[in-house]
Design a protein around this ligand. Sequence first.
Ligand SMILES: Nc1nc(=O)c2c([nH]1)NC[C@@H]1CN(c3ccc(C(=O)N[C@@H](CCC(=O)O)C(=O)O)cc3)C=[N+]21
Length: 294
Amino acid sequence: MTMETQTAKILDGKALAAKIQKELAATITESQLKIGRPPGLAVLMVGDNPASAAYISNKERACAKVGIASFGKHFPTQTSQTELEDVIAELNQDEQVNGILVQLPLPKHLDAISLLHRIAPDKDADGLHPVNLGRLVRGEAGLRSCTPAGVIRLLEEYKIPLLGKQAVVVGRSILVGKPMALMLLEVDATVTIAHSRTQDLKTITQNADILIAAAGIPGLITAQMVKLGAVVVDVGINRITDSSGKSRLVGDIDFSTTAMVAEYITPVPGGIGPMTVAMLLQNTVSSYLQATSN
Ligand SMILES: Nc1nc(=O)c2c([nH]1)NC[C@@H]1CN(c3ccc(C(=O)N[C@@H](CCC(=O)O)C(=O)O)cc3)C=[N+]21
């Protein structure tokens, strides 16, 4: 007798992100000859959240790899709202800077939403400015939120059919859930958004052809909640301490059980995380090409 094991195919975000970065590097090398300078990305971090510091060093490494100049701006926890607004105003005017990103979460005394409003929409590398979210709602071209854009790009790479399919997004954050639902709608999926107040989550997720878990709850989705043959995308990035006291990264999906029923699944790490970074770089490069096109 054989043990039941994983049958799902892996949606390899790490490999696709590497491919995208190679393409961006080539684009940058070529454009830089004409333009005379590289694209620039400014990353603002406030305080010393260790997870944020780790993500930022990831992003800076990725920038270096493709030839984007990164301007890391690190501010002490007590920095005021107006100081940050002034920094953003300066970066908006700075020709060397094509993308501006405010690392979230911010310390409690700061109003993240009103800071995001200050970023020039065409330098909004995160795609979180209301103008870019409005463009998304209207189906207009604009900078798209990185994580959901990364999900769509990964599904397209594997030629997963989305038109007319039942897509369920678990989570309604402004960073992922809401823009994710809109992007799925943009490619003609039938979209349901579930969240922490949803009654009988299981009944809803069981209908999903495409299930996107973006709730930030480790192991929220188990195999019993997943339709046989579904495509399962894990957006969760949760650092947990396991029973042996080791720290490791897990998603919102219980991988080992779900991989027995799904047709495709994204791993954590190596799934949507690297795709998010790739889309951030892509947004920065497209702002750069746009800004220098005349
Ligand atoms: N304004 C803003 N924009 C963001 O896009 C943003 C943010 N704030 N705040 C925090 C979250 C989190 N986030 C991640 C991106 C990549 C990985 C990533 O590459 N993870 C690797 C593993 C990294 C590791 O091992 O620690 C992976 O999943 O394979 C993780 C997390 C972006 N975020």
